[in-house]
Design a protein around this ligand. Structure first.
Ligand code: ZN
Length: 364
Protein backbone atom coordinates (compact mmCIF):
# COMPACT_ATOMS: atom_id res chain seq x y z
CA UNK A 1 0.00 0.00 0.00
CA UNK A 2 1.19 3.49 -0.83
CA UNK A 3 2.09 5.71 2.07
CA UNK A 4 -1.04 7.60 3.14
CA UNK A 5 -0.61 11.33 3.25
CA UNK A 6 -2.72 12.25 6.22
CA UNK A 7 -3.58 15.38 8.09
CA UNK A 8 -3.92 15.74 11.80
CA UNK A 9 -5.56 18.42 13.88
CA UNK A 10 -3.21 20.47 15.99
CA UNK A 11 -4.79 20.79 19.43
CA UNK A 12 -5.19 24.20 21.04
CA UNK A 13 -1.98 25.73 22.30
CA UNK A 14 -0.09 23.96 19.55
CA UNK A 15 0.76 20.87 21.57
CA UNK A 16 -1.21 18.13 23.28
CA UNK A 17 -2.20 19.06 26.83
CA UNK A 18 -0.42 22.43 26.60
CA UNK A 19 -3.54 24.43 27.40
CA UNK A 20 -6.61 23.38 29.31
CA UNK A 21 -9.71 23.08 27.19
CA UNK A 22 -11.30 25.99 29.04
CA UNK A 23 -8.81 28.49 27.59
CA UNK A 24 -9.80 27.37 24.13
CA UNK A 25 -13.50 27.88 24.96
CA UNK A 26 -12.81 31.34 26.41
CA UNK A 27 -10.88 32.45 23.34
CA UNK A 28 -13.69 31.13 21.14
CA UNK A 29 -16.50 33.09 22.87
CA UNK A 30 -14.44 36.27 23.02
CA UNK A 31 -14.19 36.02 19.24
CA UNK A 32 -17.86 35.17 18.72
CA UNK A 33 -20.66 34.95 21.30
CA UNK A 34 -22.46 32.07 19.60
CA UNK A 35 -19.41 29.78 19.57
CA UNK A 36 -21.06 28.14 22.55
CA UNK A 37 -24.60 27.33 21.50
CA UNK A 38 -27.47 25.61 23.16
CA UNK A 39 -29.44 23.16 21.09
CA UNK A 40 -32.71 22.40 22.86
CA UNK A 41 -33.81 18.80 23.21
CA UNK A 42 -37.55 18.15 23.32
CA UNK A 43 -38.84 15.06 25.10
CA UNK A 44 -40.71 12.82 22.58
CA UNK A 45 -44.16 13.60 23.98
CA UNK A 46 -43.76 17.38 24.10
CA UNK A 47 -43.17 20.24 21.70
CA UNK A 48 -41.40 22.26 24.38
CA UNK A 49 -37.73 21.69 25.04
CA UNK A 50 -36.81 21.11 28.65
CA UNK A 51 -33.13 20.27 28.20
CA UNK A 52 -30.42 21.62 25.99
CA UNK A 53 -27.11 20.30 24.68
CA UNK A 54 -24.10 22.57 24.30
CA UNK A 55 -22.38 22.89 20.95
CA UNK A 56 -18.81 24.13 21.12
CA UNK A 57 -17.76 25.88 17.94
CA UNK A 58 -14.44 27.49 17.01
CA UNK A 59 -15.77 29.96 14.44
CA UNK A 60 -14.30 33.34 13.61
CA UNK A 61 -16.51 36.39 13.91
CA UNK A 62 -18.66 36.60 10.79
CA UNK A 63 -17.52 39.24 8.31
CA UNK A 64 -14.02 39.25 9.75
CA UNK A 65 -10.74 39.91 7.99
CA UNK A 66 -8.30 37.12 8.87
CA UNK A 67 -4.63 37.78 8.28
CA UNK A 68 -2.49 34.92 6.95
CA UNK A 69 1.32 34.93 6.95
CA UNK A 70 3.90 32.48 5.62
CA UNK A 71 6.70 31.88 8.10
CA UNK A 72 8.93 30.18 5.52
CA UNK A 73 8.66 28.36 2.17
CA UNK A 74 9.25 28.53 -1.58
CA UNK A 75 7.64 31.49 -3.37
CA UNK A 76 5.92 29.36 -6.06
CA UNK A 77 4.47 27.06 -3.42
CA UNK A 78 3.30 30.02 -1.34
CA UNK A 79 1.54 31.59 -4.35
CA UNK A 80 -0.29 28.34 -5.12
CA UNK A 81 -1.39 27.89 -1.51
CA UNK A 82 -2.68 31.47 -1.27
CA UNK A 83 -4.67 31.24 -4.52
CA UNK A 84 -6.53 28.10 -3.41
CA UNK A 85 -7.05 29.31 0.16
CA UNK A 86 -8.80 32.42 -1.23
CA UNK A 87 -11.55 30.15 -2.66
CA UNK A 88 -12.99 30.06 0.85
CA UNK A 89 -13.85 33.76 0.52
CA UNK A 90 -16.53 32.93 -2.06
CA UNK A 91 -18.07 30.27 0.22
CA UNK A 92 -18.10 32.37 3.39
CA UNK A 93 -18.35 35.96 4.57
CA UNK A 94 -14.66 36.08 5.55
CA UNK A 95 -11.68 37.82 4.03
CA UNK A 96 -8.30 36.08 3.94
CA UNK A 97 -5.56 38.68 3.63
CA UNK A 98 -2.07 37.36 3.02
CA UNK A 99 0.30 39.73 4.78
CA UNK A 100 4.09 39.93 4.71
CA UNK A 101 4.56 41.87 7.94
CA UNK A 102 2.81 42.46 11.23
CA UNK A 103 0.48 40.18 13.14
CA UNK A 104 -1.36 37.30 11.50
CA UNK A 105 -3.98 35.02 13.00
CA UNK A 106 -3.08 32.10 10.69
CA UNK A 107 0.64 31.33 10.30
CA UNK A 108 1.73 28.83 7.67
CA UNK A 109 4.96 26.80 7.67
CA UNK A 110 6.39 24.08 5.42
CA UNK A 111 9.10 22.84 7.77
CA UNK A 112 7.36 19.85 9.40
CA UNK A 113 8.10 17.39 6.58
CA UNK A 114 5.71 14.53 5.86
CA UNK A 115 2.65 15.84 7.71
CA UNK A 116 0.03 18.45 7.08
CA UNK A 117 -1.90 19.89 9.97
CA UNK A 118 -3.79 22.90 11.27
CA UNK A 119 -5.47 24.20 14.36
CA UNK A 120 -9.28 24.45 14.21
CA UNK A 121 -10.71 27.96 13.90
CA UNK A 122 -10.08 30.24 16.87
CA UNK A 123 -7.74 27.69 18.49
CA UNK A 124 -5.14 29.44 16.30
CA UNK A 125 -5.34 32.35 18.76
CA UNK A 126 -4.02 30.09 21.55
CA UNK A 127 -0.77 29.31 19.69
CA UNK A 128 2.30 31.47 20.59
CA UNK A 129 2.79 34.14 17.90
CA UNK A 130 6.21 32.87 16.84
CA UNK A 131 4.84 29.43 15.99
CA UNK A 132 2.87 28.15 12.99
CA UNK A 133 -0.82 27.30 13.20
CA UNK A 134 -0.75 25.36 9.91
CA UNK A 135 1.83 23.22 8.13
CA UNK A 136 2.16 21.63 4.69
CA UNK A 137 4.58 18.70 4.78
CA UNK A 138 4.86 17.62 1.15
CA UNK A 139 3.91 20.41 -1.28
CA UNK A 140 6.62 21.34 -3.80
CA UNK A 141 6.61 23.55 -6.93
CA UNK A 142 5.92 20.45 -9.06
CA UNK A 143 3.15 18.87 -6.94
CA UNK A 144 -0.03 18.37 -9.01
CA UNK A 145 -2.82 20.95 -8.93
CA UNK A 146 -5.27 18.29 -7.67
CA UNK A 147 -3.03 17.62 -4.69
CA UNK A 148 -2.75 21.35 -3.93
CA UNK A 149 -6.55 21.66 -4.10
CA UNK A 150 -7.13 18.63 -1.88
CA UNK A 151 -4.76 19.60 0.87
CA UNK A 152 -5.10 23.41 0.88
CA UNK A 153 -8.91 23.40 0.77
CA UNK A 154 -8.86 20.86 3.60
CA UNK A 155 -6.37 22.65 5.87
CA UNK A 156 -8.08 26.02 5.45
CA UNK A 157 -11.36 24.22 6.24
CA UNK A 158 -9.81 23.41 9.62
CA UNK A 159 -8.47 26.96 9.98
CA UNK A 160 -11.99 28.35 9.48
CA UNK A 161 -13.51 25.99 12.06
CA UNK A 162 -14.21 22.60 10.44
CA UNK A 163 -13.34 19.25 11.99
CA UNK A 164 -12.57 15.99 10.22
CA UNK A 165 -15.65 14.48 8.65
CA UNK A 166 -14.76 10.98 9.85
CA UNK A 167 -14.76 12.42 13.41
CA UNK A 168 -18.21 13.97 12.95
CA UNK A 169 -20.50 12.28 15.53
CA UNK A 170 -22.79 11.30 12.66
CA UNK A 171 -19.91 9.24 11.21
CA UNK A 172 -19.86 6.86 14.18
CA UNK A 173 -20.09 3.28 12.90
CA UNK A 174 -20.23 4.38 9.25
CA UNK A 175 -16.64 3.39 8.44
CA UNK A 176 -15.95 -0.34 9.09
CA UNK A 177 -12.35 0.16 10.25
CA UNK A 178 -10.19 -2.95 10.65
CA UNK A 179 -8.71 -1.54 13.84
CA UNK A 180 -5.69 -3.85 14.33
CA UNK A 181 -4.59 -3.11 10.74
CA UNK A 182 -5.06 0.63 11.24
CA UNK A 183 -2.93 0.62 14.41
CA UNK A 184 -0.24 -1.46 12.67
CA UNK A 185 -0.27 0.76 9.59
CA UNK A 186 0.13 4.03 11.49
CA UNK A 187 2.67 2.51 13.90
CA UNK A 188 4.97 2.19 10.87
CA UNK A 189 4.59 5.97 10.42
CA UNK A 190 5.53 6.57 14.03
CA UNK A 191 2.07 7.06 15.50
CA UNK A 192 1.22 5.63 18.92
CA UNK A 193 -2.12 3.93 19.58
CA UNK A 194 -3.20 7.18 21.29
CA UNK A 195 -2.33 9.19 18.19
CA UNK A 196 -4.46 6.85 16.09
CA UNK A 197 -7.36 7.04 18.53
CA UNK A 198 -7.19 10.86 18.66
CA UNK A 199 -6.97 11.39 14.90
CA UNK A 200 -8.83 8.46 13.41
CA UNK A 201 -11.20 6.59 15.71
CA UNK A 202 -12.46 9.11 18.26
CA UNK A 203 -15.54 10.94 17.07
CA UNK A 204 -16.44 14.23 18.70
CA UNK A 205 -19.02 14.29 21.45
CA UNK A 206 -22.45 15.13 20.12
CA UNK A 207 -22.44 18.28 22.20
CA UNK A 208 -19.12 19.52 20.81
CA UNK A 209 -19.99 20.24 17.26
CA UNK A 210 -22.71 21.18 14.84
CA UNK A 211 -23.18 17.70 13.44
CA UNK A 212 -25.31 16.80 10.47
CA UNK A 213 -25.45 13.68 8.31
CA UNK A 214 -22.17 11.89 7.61
CA UNK A 215 -20.89 13.22 4.28
CA UNK A 216 -18.32 10.91 2.68
CA UNK A 217 -17.75 13.41 -0.14
CA UNK A 218 -16.65 16.23 2.23
CA UNK A 219 -13.31 17.94 1.65
CA UNK A 220 -12.80 17.24 5.38
CA UNK A 221 -12.97 13.45 4.89
CA UNK A 222 -9.72 11.45 4.85
CA UNK A 223 -9.18 8.87 2.18
CA UNK A 224 -10.03 5.45 3.61
CA UNK A 225 -8.16 2.64 1.82
CA UNK A 226 -9.91 -0.69 1.39
CA UNK A 227 -6.93 -2.43 3.02
CA UNK A 228 -7.75 -0.76 6.36
CA UNK A 229 -11.44 -1.70 6.45
CA UNK A 230 -13.39 -4.90 7.04
CA UNK A 231 -15.07 -6.19 3.89
CA UNK A 232 -15.14 -3.98 0.82
CA UNK A 233 -15.23 -0.32 1.84
CA UNK A 234 -13.11 2.56 0.60
CA UNK A 235 -13.27 6.34 0.26
CA UNK A 236 -11.02 7.98 -2.33
CA UNK A 237 -9.27 11.33 -2.10
CA UNK A 238 -11.83 14.11 -2.05
CA UNK A 239 -10.49 17.15 -3.84
CA UNK A 240 -13.68 19.22 -4.29
CA UNK A 241 -15.93 21.04 -1.83
CA UNK A 242 -19.07 18.93 -1.35
CA UNK A 243 -22.57 20.40 -1.41
CA UNK A 244 -22.73 19.94 2.37
CA UNK A 245 -19.37 21.68 2.85
CA UNK A 246 -20.67 24.70 0.94
CA UNK A 247 -23.99 24.78 2.80
CA UNK A 248 -22.45 24.27 6.22
CA UNK A 249 -19.86 27.02 5.90
CA UNK A 250 -22.29 29.36 4.15
CA UNK A 251 -24.57 29.02 7.18
CA UNK A 252 -21.80 29.58 9.71
CA UNK A 253 -20.57 32.64 7.82
CA UNK A 254 -23.65 34.04 6.03
CA UNK A 255 -22.90 36.70 3.41
CA UNK A 256 -25.62 39.08 4.51
CA UNK A 257 -25.54 39.20 8.26
CA UNK A 258 -26.27 42.20 10.46
CA UNK A 259 -23.61 41.14 12.98
CA UNK A 260 -24.28 41.90 16.63
CA UNK A 261 -27.35 44.19 16.79
CA UNK A 262 -27.66 46.73 19.60
CA UNK A 263 -31.08 46.78 21.25
CA UNK A 264 -32.23 49.71 23.32
CA UNK A 265 -34.11 48.66 26.42
CA UNK A 266 -37.73 49.88 26.35
CA UNK A 267 -37.49 51.20 22.78
CA UNK A 268 -39.79 48.62 21.19
CA UNK A 269 -39.34 45.46 19.16
CA UNK A 270 -36.53 44.97 16.64
CA UNK A 271 -37.37 42.97 13.50
CA UNK A 272 -35.00 40.12 12.64
CA UNK A 273 -34.71 37.31 10.15
CA UNK A 274 -33.21 33.84 10.45
CA UNK A 275 -32.73 33.74 6.70
CA UNK A 276 -30.44 30.74 6.33
CA UNK A 277 -30.77 27.47 8.23
CA UNK A 278 -28.60 27.10 11.35
CA UNK A 279 -28.10 30.87 11.50
CA UNK A 280 -27.89 32.52 14.90
CA UNK A 281 -28.74 36.16 15.59
CA UNK A 282 -27.00 38.06 18.38
CA UNK A 283 -28.42 41.12 20.17
CA UNK A 284 -26.57 43.23 22.69
CA UNK A 285 -28.09 45.45 25.38
CA UNK A 286 -26.74 47.31 28.39
CA UNK A 287 -28.16 47.34 31.91
CA UNK A 288 -27.08 50.48 33.83
CA UNK A 289 -28.69 49.54 37.14
CA UNK A 290 -30.05 46.34 38.67
CA UNK A 291 -33.64 45.83 37.53
CA UNK A 292 -36.01 43.07 36.41
CA UNK A 293 -36.00 42.80 32.62
CA UNK A 294 -38.43 41.09 30.26
CA UNK A 295 -36.93 39.68 27.07
CA UNK A 296 -39.39 38.36 24.49
CA UNK A 297 -39.61 37.24 20.91
CA UNK A 298 -42.76 37.64 18.82
CA UNK A 299 -43.92 36.25 15.48
CA UNK A 300 -44.73 32.84 14.02
CA UNK A 301 -41.20 31.45 13.94
CA UNK A 302 -40.35 28.84 16.59
CA UNK A 303 -37.18 30.26 18.13
CA UNK A 304 -34.99 29.51 21.13
CA UNK A 305 -33.33 32.37 23.02
CA UNK A 306 -30.24 32.28 25.23
CA UNK A 307 -29.20 35.09 27.61
CA UNK A 308 -25.44 35.58 28.12
CA UNK A 309 -23.66 37.92 30.48
CA UNK A 310 -23.18 40.09 32.47
CA UNK A 311 -20.04 41.31 30.65
CA UNK A 312 -18.90 37.72 30.03
CA UNK A 313 -20.09 36.81 26.54
CA UNK A 314 -19.53 33.12 27.15
CA UNK A 315 -21.52 32.88 30.40
CA UNK A 316 -25.01 31.56 29.72
CA UNK A 317 -27.44 32.94 32.34
CA UNK A 318 -30.50 31.05 31.14
CA UNK A 319 -32.40 30.06 28.00
CA UNK A 320 -35.99 29.65 26.95
CA UNK A 321 -37.96 27.88 24.28
CA UNK A 322 -41.71 28.41 24.59
CA UNK A 323 -42.62 30.58 27.60
CA UNK A 324 -43.74 33.40 25.32
CA UNK A 325 -46.88 33.66 23.18
CA UNK A 326 -47.36 30.59 20.93
CA UNK A 327 -43.91 29.15 20.20
CA UNK A 328 -42.02 32.26 21.27
CA UNK A 329 -39.35 32.63 23.91
CA UNK A 330 -39.66 34.79 27.02
CA UNK A 331 -37.14 35.39 29.77
CA UNK A 332 -37.93 37.41 32.90
CA UNK A 333 -34.91 38.02 35.07
CA UNK A 334 -33.51 40.50 37.54
CA UNK A 335 -30.27 41.61 35.93
CA UNK A 336 -27.23 43.12 37.60
CA UNK A 337 -25.57 46.06 35.81
CA UNK A 338 -23.47 45.13 32.78
CA UNK A 339 -23.53 44.09 29.14
CA UNK A 340 -25.81 41.26 28.03
CA UNK A 341 -26.28 39.31 24.83
CA UNK A 342 -29.32 37.46 23.51
CA UNK A 343 -28.56 34.63 21.08
CA UNK A 344 -31.59 33.59 19.02
CA UNK A 345 -31.77 30.54 16.79
CA UNK A 346 -34.48 28.46 15.16
CA UNK A 347 -35.80 25.51 17.14
CA UNK A 348 -35.36 23.17 14.16
CA UNK A 349 -31.88 22.61 12.69
CA UNK A 350 -32.01 24.31 9.30
CA UNK A 351 -35.25 26.18 10.09
CA UNK A 352 -35.77 29.74 8.83
CA UNK A 353 -38.21 32.60 9.45
CA UNK A 354 -38.75 36.14 10.65
CA UNK A 355 -39.46 37.30 14.20
CA UNK A 356 -38.96 40.31 16.44
CA UNK A 357 -37.10 40.69 19.71
CA UNK A 358 -37.80 43.16 22.50
CA UNK A 359 -36.18 43.99 25.85
CA UNK A 360 -38.19 45.92 28.47
CA UNK A 361 -37.79 46.83 32.10
CA UNK A 362 -40.56 45.62 34.35
CA UNK A 363 -42.48 48.52 35.82
CA UNK A 364 -41.75 48.90 39.50
ZN1 ZN B 1 -7.37 17.42 8.50
Amino acid sequence: MKRLKVCYIQPEGGAVDATPRRASDEVAVLERVDNIRLMPISPPSSATATRAAVERMRLWDNGRRIRVAFLDGDSTVKQKVAAIAKEWEALTNLRLDFVTSGLAEIRVSFLDKGFSWSTVGTDALTVPRSRPTMNYGWLTPTTSTREYQRVVRHEFGHALGMIHEHQNPAAEGKIPWDKPKVYAYYARQGWSADDVDFNIFNVYERDETNFSEFDRTSIMQYAVPDELTVGSFAIGWNTEFSTTDRQFMGRQYPKHSPGVVDVEVGAGAVAADLAVGAETDVFHFAVPEAWTHIMTTTGSTDVVMTLNGPNDRGAIVTWDDDRGKDANARIVRKLQPGDYWLVVRHKQPGGTGTYAVEVKRRKS
